[in-house]
Design a protein around this ligand. Structure first.
Ligand code: NAD
Length: 288
């Protein structure tokens, strides 16, 4: 690494808090080294009220790019100079590209999800989807899938403050992606959930359910809702196979975990920074 750092080396960064556990520095530095890109990537612990100063530093140091994680995603969207269509609808960014001094915010969680499905042979265009959740990950998925031509998305969320956010997103999508029919339901409505899943091609868990240390939890407790031609995807990547995925797989469904989404959202950011395809396979091998 040290041999790569020269007087010309550009800095890129991750901002958020906490960031100490992040795999991003490893992944991006591996990729920069692989492609002989003259950049170095560091993670900085930045709280919400420090985002403005971090973006000023980005301009001052002429950083080409920055990734943004919690809790800074909404504040960063408010402070950048321009937003991609998905970032504008969601009001959050996870990637900022410095285009000659103009900071452009993108959100690549949704594109990462769609790309991960593609890698597993699943297209969202024309598909009927059920998405559980309306937080950051689930909203990014709803917006990107609607923009990418999903036929319908039925959103189910527990009766908590995220339910209102689901209604707001559905309203925005009526204007931004009118071809996609977006409906919102409370997760308590089990009959409706059963009906919607029976008609769906793809079921997605976009909630915290199943994530460590709550590996025993799943939002689909009635396994008769699974059928072999249903694709079941999860955003949770720790554990790699959630209870939802394990039980869906036992019922014959094709299952897709959240780790690929994480990798592909990073790859989408890398492409925005460098114009290059991240060496995903090489990085996977390097990690083994
Ligand atoms: P968030 O806090 O923004 O949203 C939480 C969502 O979970 C809401 O819809 C909320 O209603 C729901 N929820 C919370 N507690 C619940 C419970 N007990 N039962 C059912 N639903 C519940 O969180 P987020 O940032 O969207 O993260 C959600 C999950 O997605 C996490 O596991 C996170 O690690 C994962 N994630 C994965 C990726 C990826 O690339 N694979 C990216 C972002 C987030």
């Amino acid at each position: 690494m040290e041999q790569r750092i020269k007087g010309t080396t550009g800095l890129m960064m991750l901002i958020g808090s906490p960031v100490g556990h992040s795999g991003s520095p490893d992944m991006y530095n591996f990729s920069f080294r692989y492609h002989k890109q003259d950049y170095a990537y560091m993670a900085f612990d930045i709280k919400e009220d420090q985002v403005g100063a971090a973006l000023d530093a980005m301009r001052l140091f002429k950083m080409r790019g920055a990734n943004v994680t919690m809790p800074c995603k909404n504040e960063a969207a408010r402070l950048v100079d321009e937003l991609s269509p998905a970032a504008r609808i969601i009001g959050a960014v996870n990637t900022i590209v410095n285009e000659d001094g103009k900071l452009v915010g993108h959100i690549t969680d949704g594109t990462g999800f769609v790309q991960n499905l593609k890698e597993h042979g699943v297209e969202v265009k024309g598909k009927k989807m059920v998405v559980l959740g309306a937080g950051g990950a689930a909203t990014a998925i709803q917006v990107q899938c609607a923009l990418d031509g999903a036929a319908s998305i039925s959103v189910f969320n527990p009766d908590d403050p995220f339910l209102e956010r689901a209604h707001q997103t559905a309203e925005k999508l009526k204007k931004e992606a009118p071809e996609c029919k977006v409906q919102v339901f409370c997760l308590d409505d089990e009959n409706r959930l059963r009906e919607e899943i029976a008609q769906a091609d793809i079921l997605v868990n976009g909630t915290l359910a199943g994530m460590k240390p709550h590996e025993d939890t799943t939002l689909i407790t009635d396994k008769s809702m699974f059928r072999p031609d249903l694709v079941v995807a999860d955003v949770v990547y720790n554990p790699e196979e959630t209870r939802l995925l394990r039980e869906a797989k036992e019922a014959g469904c094709k299952t897709i975990g959240g780790r690929g989404m994480l990798l592909w959202q990073g790859a989408a950011a890398y492409k925005l920074y460098t114009g290059l395809d991240m060496p995903v396979e090489e990085y996977r091998k390097f990690q083994e």
